[in-house]
Design a protein around this ligand. Structure first.
Ligand SMILES: Cc1cc2nc3c(=O)[nH]c(=O)nc-3n(C[C@H](O)[C@H](O)[C@H](O)COP(=O)(O)O)c2cc1C
Length: 326
């Protein structure tokens, strides 16, 4: 069990430790329990769930690359009906909070899935994976300010019992700043309704971020190495880029609106996790590192514990956003 000094808070959801398993990297729900004591984790994020079951993309859909991994899984998941019937009943018995990730290709898709999840009494939060193409506009929800605002505005009243987290896309060239997109999530333009346990008009917490759009070409065959042609880059190579995004979101939106941040991207060691905390994260997601060593979360929790003491802090909360920038 983690030291009480590691406890953190995500919009009223108490986590024993800031270490959270990132969406899609640890099975559908709790399968990682075979190799990791679940009560040592802060939270587990489910695989992104869609309205219908999806097989995902053909292989290759995961590849190693310098400094990380490329993936184009294509949202392979059992679909919301099978999840609610066969997987969700386990949630109430798990010794760790569950964050359910939702993906879709239209606002109606997201609404359908989130409405079912909102009925689950033991769920910690619903997380919107907005790095999905909007079939009505073509662009991903996460980089289109209008579509993002409409999505969060539509989802807020649907999540009437459950905290609503939004997992931002990393900023790509030509899109608005990540702080502008984060502000839209927290205060969606035109939102009149507030709902959820915190009575907010938009997101209760922000997750920063999803993978970085990427591509790799085999120079011998001249073909893209991923069957989907393009995919997402994750792992240690993206960590410094995500530290900057977390810093920008914390200073621009998280701190002034008291919206907690889950930082995700390239965490391999406790130092990487500590860096995210200092940049402004209340919790830290681990994804790619689980593929190298599924016990990484335990090692990171231990390292963070020693770090909090070495910094002379009473708890990890004192170190959130505590980078000395002057
Ligand atoms: C194989 C794989 C599958 C993923 N599936 C999802 C997913 O279903 N939903 C989601 O929001 N993010 C998904 N992600 C992104 C991760 O949750 C995380 O945001 C990203 O990998 C960056 O963290 P990392 O560098 O620690 O892996 C996936 C990443 C990988 C590597």
């Amino acid at each position: 069990m983690p030291d009480p000094a590691l406890a953190t808070d995500l919009a009223g959801l108490t986590l024993r430790s800031p270490v959270v398993l990132a969406a899609g990297t640890a099975g559908v729900l709790d399968e990682v329990g075979d190799v990791l004591p679940l009560d040592t984790l802060g939270a587990i994020t489910t695989k992104s769930l869609t309205a219908a079951a999806r097989e995902g993309n053909p292989t290759w859909r995961i590849l190693p690359t310098r400094g990380g991994m490329l993936n184009a899984i294509g949202l392979s998941n059992p679909g919301i009906d099978a999840f609610c019937a066969h997987v969700a009943p386990r949630i109430a018995r798990l010794p760790v909070p569950i964050i359910a990730s939702v993906a879709g290709f239209s606002i109606d898709d997201y609404v359908r899935v989130a409405a079912r999840l909102d009925e689950l009494p033991a769920l910690g939060a619903i997380e919107l994976n907005v790095s999905c193409p909007n079939v009505h506009g073509g662009t991903d929800f996460g980089v289109d300010p209008k579509a993002l605002g409409e999505l969060v505005r539509a989802l807020r009243p649907v999540c009437s019992q459950t905290r609503l987290f939004v997992k931002l896309s990393p900023v790509v060239i030509g899109s608005p700043s990540i702080a502008a997109l984060a502000r839209i999530c927290v205060e969606p333009p035109g939102a009149s309704e507030t709902s959820g346990p915190n009575g907010r008009p938009g997101a209760d917490a922000l997750c920063v971020s999803n993978t970085i759009p990427a591509m790799s070409i085999d120079v011998r065959t001249r073909r893209p190495r991923l069957a989907n042609r393009t995919g997402g880059l994750s792992g240690p190579g993206i960590h410094p880029a995500i530290v900057k995004l977390v810093h920008d979101v914390y200073r621009g939106v998280g701190q002034p609106t008291e919206t907690p941040i889950v930082a995700i991207g390239g965490v391999l060691s406790w130092e990487d996790a500590a860096e995210f905390i200092l940049a402004g994260a209340s919790a830290v997601g681990i994804g790619t590192a689980l593929f190298a060593d599924p016990r990484t979360p335990t090692k990171i929790t231990r390292g963070l514990n020693k770090w909090v003491r070495a910094q002379g802090a009473g708890s990890i909360q004192e170190l959130i956003g505590a980078a000395e920038l002057a």
